[in-house]
Write a protein that binds this ligand. Structure first.
Ligand SMILES: NC(=O)c1ccc[n+]([C@@H]2O[C@H](COP(=O)([O-])OP(=O)(O)OC[C@H]3O[C@@H](n4cnc5c(N)ncnc54)[C@H](O)[C@@H]3O)[C@@H](O)[C@H]2O)c1
Length: 366
């Protein structure tokens, strides 16, 4: 399928690489960026045929799907334009700034019979898929609880334009939370209700990366959020996301079941290690990964969306899954502001089972 890409910033490199060289069903037809130099660089590095304005891309008959990898404040408006132009949309996380905006996009896609996909797609990587198989096979019994930690001192030390991480739609929850929450929902299903405390430890951050070294950023969002998730399956999980922590020793995600415990790998990566401890074998031991997608496979969700379009079924990295994650994140903040437990409205869809005995670059439905 011929696709267009809007946004040629920091994360575009891996998408440009994987969608032009790794995945077999994608062909990048055009790129677009407000900054012409970035679009030019993308075109030249990956031999992309065209540079277009957003309007030209929306009108281009050759392009069937548009990947929106602009910063979060533009996710809603650009996705809406893509759908109104009768093209399938795939967007980076977070789906939108608010649950209401996300819901509107998913409903619009449905009304128009178009596909909507959303990052992260790391849950389709070898690490989380191996964990999913272990849980589905009952290897740790019924999951009763767990912990998740995404804690660091923020992204202003490495990202060249990190302002958006401290603006609405950023912060550790909306930026990194989608990896952890999408993984947890993939593994455990629907979240029934949440409770959270959120705070902001610093009102200003100083950029220490090039080229904006020394520039101050006002912090407009909470940067330390401790949330409690009650899953419909009965599991209770705590998730801490923070841009305020210098150093720590906590795991990414641990899950505790009636028959064992599982160490889930960093959900911001595609690989392992996956470790399991069971009643029969108490020491944590490595589990062999079930899929070849253990290196950075960003774009796998988009490639799988194209397979789903061909098979007329729901895609795995779907807008509906991202909407459930967005509702969880928004509800964490509402819960903290209003000091109450929030019951969720949305449900994640049932994922289509994929056959992982494939070669890299291929996606196959079971
Ligand atoms: N940087 C990362 O490591 C990373 C990783 C995973 C996901 N993401 C997500 O990817 C998205 C983009 O992040 P990034 O780091 O690449 O940001 P970035 O600021 O480096 O790049 C965004 C690009 O989009 C362009 N843009 C913005 N509005 C536009 C518009 N209306 N039309 C055309 N171009 C427009 C900007 O000029 C810029 O080049 C974010 O949602 C982020 O959460 C980033």
């Amino acid at each position: 399928m011929k696709i267009g890409i809007i946004g040629c910033g920091n994360i575009s490199g891996i998408y440009l690489k994987n969608l032009s060289t790794l995945f077999k069903n994608t062909e990048i037809y055009a790129v677009s960026d407000l900054d012409p130099t970035k679009a030019e660089n993308a075109k030249n590095t990956y031999n992309i045929p065209h540079i277009m304005t957003v309007d030209e891309m929306l009108e281009c008959r050759e392009i069937e799907l548009i990947l929106n990898i602009t910063t979060p404040p533009f996710h809603y408006s650009i996705c809406k334009q893509i759908l109104l132009a009768n093209k399938h949309a795939y967007v980076e996380k977070p789906l939108s700034l608010t649950y209401a905006q996300g819901k509107e996009l998913i409903e619009l896609a449905e009304q128009k019979g178009l596909y909507f996909g959303c990052a992260p797609d790391t849950f389709l990587g070898a690490g989380i898929q191996t964990c999913k198989k272990l849980i589905d096979e009952g290897r740790i019994g019924n999951v009763i609880g767990g912990e998740g930690f995404m804690m660091c001192r923020g992204h202003e030390s490495w990202h060249p334009a990190p302002e958006f991480y401290y603006d609405v739609g950023g912060g550790p929850l909306f930026d990194m939370g989608p990896y952890y929450l999408t993984a947890l929902v993939t593994l455990l299903g629907k979240v029934k209700s949440v409770f959270a405390y959120a705070s902001k430890s610093f009102t200003e951050r100083t950029i220490t990366s090039a080229p904006k070294y020394g520039t101050k950023i006002p912090v407009k969002v909470d940067t330390h959020i401790v949330g409690l998730l009650k899953f419909e399956c009965g599991a209770t999980i705590t998730l801490t996301t923070s841009f305020d922590v210098l150093k720590h020793t906590m795991p990414n995600i641990e899950l505790y079941g009636t028959e064992g415990s599982l160490l889930v790998p960093d959900p911001n990566t595609f690989g392992g290690p996956v470790k399991i401890s069971t009643v029969a074998n108490k020491e944590f031991t490595d589990v062999k990964l079930i899929s070849p997608y253990s290196a950075n496979s960003r774009g796998i969700g988009l490639s799988e969306t194209i397979v789903a379009i061909g098979e007329n079924r729901l895609n795995n990295a779907s807008g509906k899954l991202a909407l459930h994650v967005l509702e969880i994140m928004e509800s964490f903040i509402t819960s903290s502001n209003e000091h109450r437990e929030i019951t969720l409205e949305s449900s994640p869809p049932v994922l289509c089972e994929l056959d992982w005995s494939v070669n890299l670059g291929e996606i196959k439905t079971k």
